[in-house]
Write a protein that binds this ligand. Structure first.
Ligand code: T4K
Length: 367
């Protein structure tokens, strides 16, 4: 076992495969601004993700912000605080107001029974998160949004390649934003995309990521710069060739953890819901300190002393972060607050050896 095991490890192609992929970039000197690699990746991803429309972006965060801008949203957005801070920041940075709805304790996605309570006269959209790749209660979110005329933008950063009832997860809601960051199941080094239903926003999305240019010289809207460059797109083209194998190897790691930890008193495992084709992106456990004997932070410390670098994804809950001090009350979302203090994500990536998983579990269980 290596001296240090990190919570994840970027998937990378063989270096020769990447060199072959970037050779034409060297020959053409075309480095960015929607070049051939960008366009090829866009086409391949549209098929792989089984989605009606797709736009590539510089990262998952800008996918959220650019989608909000392209939809012209204004007012309140119902969302959850049990997520990476990007979800909340994207709403606030876009001049909108997040209204936090609690998560359910089984899979940490939005508790759709509490949506009604979060509704205000200014609500314009819902931004639920498929956290850890756990798919939200899509039917209930859709019903609620339809009833109140709200847009639905899923933060789908964790769900690359997942399916729900056989359909690409990016085909639900009005839009789904994916992250292709180095730490994700599929990476383009940095990158992301938005998959969306209404093709009337295609041109606007293309423009907002390129300073608003919808004409070679004249900007039709106040856009930013969120384009994916050719080297990132080339990385994506390589990684996409190996994605199914990567996910299969993640599944083996995931199942090995389950074999060891299922039934351990005080440890709650994550479960893949019926109808979901999972990508096994994270391995979260929720530790009950009374039943397990020690708390989450003690497990974190014991493992890190032995070179196992777990992460407290997602702690603190975003409504408890310093930058939002005084703006929200984390006690309004008690389940999210509690889970954020008890959750630990264990190392998972395709190359992680199963013997290492055995040792990690042994260290945890024999504390
Ligand atoms: N919405 C949600 C729900 C998200 O989780 C995220 C991002 C976003 C939106 C925004 O998407 P992006 O704009 O990022 O595309 C990481 C990632 O930076 C972030 O992408 C991710 N979520 C978040 C959950 O985790 P850190 O600060 O924990 O990453 P870091 O640098 O500590 O890396 C974690 C481990 O990954 C390292 O211990 C080793 C490994 N690693 C890391 C890097 C940077 C590699 O193997 N290679 C690498 O290049 O945030």
């Amino acid at each position: 076992m290596p001296d240090r095991i990190l919570v994840t490890r970027s998937s990378m192609p063989d270096i020769d495969e990447y060199i072959e992929e970037i050779r034409p970039i060297w020959e053409s000197h075309w480095l960015t601004n929607m070049g051939p690699k960008h366009e090829q990746l866009k086409k391949e991803l549209k098929e792989y993700l089984k989605v009606p429309n797709i736009e590539l972006l510089v990262n998952g965060h800008m996918a959220l912000e650019m989608t909000i801008q392209a939809m012209g949203l204004k007012g309140d957005v119902i969302t959850t605080p049990f997520t990476f801070v990007s979800t909340t920041h994207a709403i606030v940075r876009s001049g909108l107001h997040p209204v936090f709805c609690d998560v359910n304790p089984d899979d940490y996605t939005i508790d759709t029974d509490k949506l009604e309570k979060a509704l205000t006269v200014d609500t314009c959209a819902i931004m639920p998160v498929h956290v850890y790749g756990n798919i939200c209660n899509i039917e209930a979110v859709d019903d609620f949004a339809g009833k109140h005329g709200l847009k639905v933008i899923y933060d789908a950063a964790h769900t690359f390649g997942e399916t729900y009832k056989g359909k690409g997860v990016g085909s639900f809601g009005d839009a789904s934003c994916f992250s292709f960051h180095a730490t994700k199941v599929f990476n383009t080094i940095e990158g992301g995309c938005v998959c969306f239903k209404d093709d009337s926003i295609t041109e606007l999305l293309y423009a907002v990521k390129d300073f608003g240019f919808d004409d070679p010289e004249d900007a039709g809207c106040i856009g930013g710069n969120a384009k994916m460059n050719e080297f990132c797109a080339a990385m994506g083209l390589c990684n996409l060739r190996h994605i199914d194998d990567d996910i299969a190897r993640r599944k083996a790691v995931y199942e090995r953890y389950n074999e060891h930890l299922d039934g351990v008193k005080g440890i709650k495992l994550n479960h893949v819901r019926a109808g979901v084709g999972s990508n096994y992106s994270y391995y979260p456990i929720v530790i009950d300190p009374v039943e397990f004997g020690i708390d989450r932070d003690e497990v974190f410390r014991i493992l890190s002393e032995k070179g196992i670098m777990t992460r407290r994804y997602f702690y603190p809950a975003t409504n408890a972060m310093r930058c939002y001090k005084g703006m929200f009350d984390p006690e309004d979302t008690p389940v999210a607050s509690r889970i954020s203090k008890q959750v630990l994500t264990l190392p998972i990536y395709p190359d992680l050896e199963l013997e290492t998983v055995d040792k990690i579990c042994e260290m945890m269980v024999c504390h």
